[in-house]
Design a protein around this ligand. Structure first.
Ligand code: RBF
Length: 165
């Protein structure tokens, strides 16, 4: 399915783990905050809807998506944090600058996840227009924040299953 057709808030929820004692950090970029706030609301609600305790969800803000990498690392370094969800919106502009940000953040978050050996979720929208961003932040294509939170839950479950095997 292409990302244009996908509804980001519709997922398979079979076999999800118990997350009532798991701790989550949600990092939110302030650039395009009218969108990133909606991503945060979606991620927070999804965690709570699927069993996370509100007191086990922390929020941190970073100025822009570029800073999501280091912010994620600071949270991921904490032994009590089970997963980090990094939320941002980089709208493709006329310069190449946005490509550099997207690439740096995707690579940086991957590195943090592997280094700290825990889920650090890339919840960054990279649309061409603000309208496309809003469509994916609680609009017709669902909410990328929901999807990022569900990805964190599923990765926690996968890790538990692999360790049990
Ligand atoms: N941060 C975002 O989260 N989304 C953006 O669309 C975005 N666009 C930027 C465009 C330019 C030309 C620059 C210089 C920065 C942009 N940033 C954006 C901010 C970036 O992630 C970072 O916070 C700053 O570059 C730090 O000075």
């Amino acid at each position: 399915m292409s990302s244009a057709d996908k509804n980001l808030s519709v997922f398979n929820t079979n076999g999800l783990p118990d997350i009532s004692k798991k701790r989550f950090a949600i990092l939110v970029a302030e650039w395009n905050s009218e969108v990133t706030e909606r991503l945060f609301e979606g991620a927070y609600k999804t965690l709570v809807d699927y069993g996370a305790a509100p007191e086990n969800i922390e929020r941190g803000n970073v100025p822009g998506s570029f800073e999501l990498t280091l912010g994620s690392q600071w949270f991921a370094q904490r032994p009590d944090i089970d997963a980090v969800i990094a939320l941002g919106v980089v709208i493709q502009g006329e310069t190449k600058h946005n490509d550099y940000i997207n690439h740096a953040v995707a690579q940086g978050i991957t590195n943090v996840s592997l280094k700290l050996d825990k889920p650090v979720i890339f919840g960054v929208l990279t649309p061409n227009t603000m309208e496309q961003a809003l469509d994916r932040a609680g609009g017709i294509h669902g909410n990328k924040g929901d999807e990022a939170a569900m990805t964190a839950i599923k990765m926690i479950g996968l890790h538990e299953n692999i360790r049990k095997a």
